[in-house]
Write a protein that binds this ligand. Structure first.
Ligand SMILES: [Ca+2]
Ligand SMILES: [Ca+2]
Length: 159
């Protein structure tokens, strides 16, 4: 009888150990997944911060005129060039954001007037051999800042 009980105990403790081990493995796997998820969230946040920093940021200046809510931005492609000193042609195009009218799309510089929002542009330069290269810029325009007024009440007894 005692022997049977001992065997039963051994079987039970083996089952218990297997159960504990499974539990531990599951917990380790869950921890590993959580760490991997935290890593990928951190990487995504870092990539977003980097993308945000790579944008050109402008704030519409406060001018005490609520009706004016745009800013004029000039983009220049004058640093573009060709290693052979070939002549180059410029082509500007907007690639994202609400449509904006460029003052010129074939000069070395292009300007536009925009309200707050995000816009992206591409400059393509083409040399006289038909070889070309492009650069893109994302412009983020922030709304005109405005501090709220302050209301102040003073009281005095009438004399
Ligand atoms: Ca204004
Ligand atoms: Ca060339």
């Amino acid at each position: 009888m005692e022997r049977i009980i001992t065997i039963a105990c051994l079987v039970l403790s083996a089952a218990g150990l297997a159960y504990l081990k499974t539990n531990q493995l599951e917990k380790m796997e869950a921890d590993r997944l959580a760490a991997a998820e935290a890593d990928s969230i951190a990487a995504a946040e870092a990539a977003m911060a980097e993308a945000e920093a790579a944008k050109f940021h402008f704030v519409i200046p406060h001018d005490s005129d609520a009706a004016s809510d745009s800013i004029r931005i000039i983009m220049t492609g004058e640093q573009s060039g060709d290693p052979d000193n070939d002549g180059i042609r410029f082509q500007w195009e907007q690639v994202s954001g609400d449509y904006l009218m460029l003052d010129s799309d074939t000069n070395a510089a292009a300007s536009f007037s925009a309200v707050n929002g995000e816009y992206a542009f591409r400059l393509t330069v083409t040399d006289s051999y038909g070889s070309s290269a492009s650069d893109e810029a994302t412009v983020k325009i922030h709304a005109e800042p405005n501090a709220s007024p302050q209301a102040v009440i003073n009281l005095a007894a009438e004399e």
